[in-house]
Structure formats: structure tokens, C-alpha cells
Ligand binder design. Structure first.
Ligand code: F0G
Length: 367
């Protein structure tokens, strides 16, 4: 895909005037974006909001928002003649790197915290042919290792420390505002882990404001899992201090204790008069079950944004009449184990949907 016409099919490259210029011939695109902005009355009611939109970034080619950053960064890697690419990942970045590197004909190495990657994501990285290094340690250890390894071995680093990743992820904001007819919502709510997306959203909003496109900015609300909330702790200190934490949460995508994009994310919160909050794993799982039951579906980390909306409405922070966009960052198929743990676990959860097993007879069915 290299003609401008083909690039217009991508929800990233459609906004190329707002992105770094790269030669069309170097661009690798599936294409990305063009993700739906849903409204669902039951879910809106459940959060207590009056107007809630769900921007489903799980509808990207590999099932997460990472593809928007990856098309730009991989295209940059090709432009400069990189020989091999690498990332550390809680899973989605790895799946996206593996797919886009394969499309670009580049070898890729992904560093994963051993045993902490959802099955769908690990399966994708294996299937797309990345070389997979499972690190005995958490994501933060894998991140440190890949930064050293890319320096020593000359690997092109595809984590969100790479500014081209963030350039692509800005288009989530461009596209959602475009879908709203360039009217500005009151809130954009998103999950926070390594904080690349938060940084990208801040950069996108600053850029649109600077070109005079927005009369005001939406407020960013970043939601972390309570067990993996270093950004929240920093926010609570008025951003006076930041301390890495040991992270633990069922939402493995955001099981991160030392986010690499902390500084840029802090600026995004300050720019937009935003806030940071947390939700418990149980709140994440219930929100996910609600989103799943609508037929829209998402992975656990994504549901943190919906759980966050509910909490912020209950606390009176999001007010009646506010227009809210919550970002669903990943697809329901990414983490089948989380689905089964919720629905098959004991004691039964509120929305549990348990399969039954029967003999192949009508009698058994009637019983
Ligand atoms: N939601 C999902 C589904 C994710 O995969 C991630 C991050 C986030 C939210 C948080 O976004 O890091 O920009 O604050 N996943 C990364 C990965 C870390 O390796 O796939 P963030």
C-alpha cells in the first residue's frame, strides 16, 4: 500500500497533515483506525452518565490501539533502514510489533514478563513470527532490559518512548473528535499503564488547540488499576513526587509499576485540567462483564475506563449533562482466561453465564 488514495483508508494516515512526513513508499498499513464510536443505553445508565460514547480501539487490525502507533513507527523504521525492531510489552504492543514487523519484512524481538501475558496476545506474537524472549520478572524489568539491549545491539525500539508511536496514537483523539463533528466532549476517559496513550492524547489536544481548531479542551481522566497505580499516587501528591511501585492487577495489560511516559503524561493532565483515579480489580471485572454483555466487549484493562466513568459519576466529578468518551483499548478475544475466570469462578459473580454440559438427548435438555 503506497498510494495516497490507499493511505486515505487508514484512520491514521488520513490525518497525515498532522503527522510527521514519511515517504509514502515506506508506509506499512493494514489499514488502522476507523474504529466505531458506540452508544449503548444500558451501559450509559449503568455508569450513571447522561451521554457516554465508547471508542472501540479493539477494532484495530491486531485488536488494540497499539496499531495506530505501530504503523507510524514501523514506517519510520523502514524509512531509516532499521535492520530489526524490538519492544517490551504486557502483550498488545508485542502482538502489534510482531504483525507490523512481519508486514514490513523486518525481524522482531519482543520481551515479555514470563507468565503474565494474556493468551490471545502471546498467541498473536508467536503466530506472527516475532522472536519471543520471556523475562523472569515483571514488565518494568523487561522494559529496562529492552532499553539496554536496543542500545547495545542496535535494535529499533518500538515502545512508546519512541515518539513516532505517540504520533500515530494521537489519531485516536483526531478521529473521535471528527466523529463528534469536531464538537468537544467534556471528558475523555482512558486506562493508564505505561502512559504512552495519555501522553499521546495530551499531544493531540495541544496540537489541535495550537492550530486553532478547538475552542476548549476536554478533560482527560486516566484510570489505573488500584494495584498498579504509581501515576495516581503522583497525582495525589500534586505531582510533587513520583515513586515506582510493584504492580499487581488482573488487568495484565496495565500491570506496570514504572511507566516510561510519566513526564509527558503528567503534562497531559496539567494541560487539560485532568485527573487520575483508580478502580479495583473487582470493579474492572464487573465493568468488563457489563461491556461484554452489550455485545460490544473488551479486554479487562479497557474496562477500567468504564469502571472509572461510573466511579467519577458517583463521586459527582462527572456531572449530569457531561458528554463523556471512554476509550476501549483492546478486544474481548485478547484475554479469554479473564472471561472464564469471571464466569466460571466461585462464588458466582453477578453476571456469571455458566455453560452447562448435557447428554445429547432432548430429555437431558429438558432437565
Ligand atoms: N489498555 C490496553 C489494552 C493496553 O494494552 C495498554 C498498554 C493500556 C491500556 C495502557 O496504555 O501503556 O499507553 O498507558 N499496553 C502496553 C503493552 C503496555 O505492552 O501492550 P498505556
Amino acid at each position: 500500500l503506497s498510494s495516497w488514495q490507499a493511505l486515505d483508508r487508514s484512520g491514521v494516515w488520513r490525518y497525515r497533515e498532522l503527522l510527521p512526513p514519511l515517504p509514502a513508499a515506506a508506509i506499512v498499513t493494514r489499514p488502522e483506525g476507523n474504529t466505531a464510536l458506540y452508544q449503548h443505553p444500558q451501559l450509559t445508565d449503568w455508569t450513571g452518565c447522561e451521554e457516554l460514547f465508547l471508542k472501540h480501539e479493539g477494532e484495530n487490525p491486531t485488536g488494540s490501539f497499539k496499531d495506530r502507533g505501530m504503523t507510524v513507527a514501523i514506517s519510520h523504521a523502514r524509512t531509516i533502514g532499521a535492520q530489526a525492531v524490538a519492544c517490551a510489552s504486557t502483550g498488545n504492543t508485542a502482538a502489534s510489533v510482531a504483525a507490523y514487523a512481519a508486514l514490513a519484512g523486518l525481524p522482531s524481538v519482543v520481551f515479555l514478563p514470563a507468565g503474565k501475558i494474556a493468551a490471545g496476545k502471546l498467541g498473536q506474537a508467536i503466530a506472527y513470527g516475532a522472536r519471543i524472549v520471556q523475562v523472569e520478572g515483571d514488565f518494568d524489568a523487561a522494559m529496562r532490559l529492552v532499553e539496554e539491549a536496543s542500545r547495545e545491539l542496535g535494535l529499533y525500539l518500538l515502545n512508546s518512548v519512541n515518539p513516532f508511536r505517540l504520533e500515530g496514537q494521537k489519531t485516536i483523539v483526531f478521529e473521535l473528535l471528527h466523529q463528534l463533528g469536531w464538537s468537544v466532549p467534556d471528558w475523555i476517559v482512558l486506562p493508564g499503564g505505561n502512559l504512552g496513550n495519555t501522553a499521546a492524547f495530551g499531544a493531540a489536544l495541544a496540537q489541535l488547540r495550537d492550530v486553532g481548531w478547538l475552542e476548549r479542551l476536554p478533560r482527560l481522566a486516566v484510570i489505573q488499576a488500584a494495584g498498579a497505580a504509581p501515576f495516581y499516587a503522583a497525582y495525589r501528591s500534586g505531582f510533587r513526587e513520583f515513586r515506582p511501585v510493584t504492580a499487581e492487577t488482573i488487568a495484565t495489560a496495565i500491570r506496570i509499576g514504572n511507566p516510561v511516559s510519566y513526564e509527558r503524561a503528567r503534562r497531559a493532565i496539567e494541560l487539560t485540567d485532568g485527573l487520575v483515579d483508580t478502580v479495583s480489580d473487582e470493579e474492572i471485572l464487573e465493568a468488563k462483564a457489563r461491556v461484554d454483555r452489550t455485545g460490544i466487549g473488551c479486554e479487562p484493562a479497557s474496562a477500567a475506563s468504564v469502571a472509572g466513568v461510573r466511579k467519577l459519576v458517583a463521586r459527582g466529578v462527572i456531572r449530569p449533562g457531561d458528554r463523556v468518551v471512554a476509550i476501549l483499548t483492546g478486544h474481548v478475544l485478547k484475554d479469554p482466561d479473564a472471561v472464564l475466570a469471571y464466569h466460571l469462578g466461585d462464588p458466582p459473580r453477578p453476571l456469571a453465564n455458566r455453560p452447562v454440559t448435557i447428554a445429547p438427548t432432548l430429555d437431558a435438555l429438558a432437565g
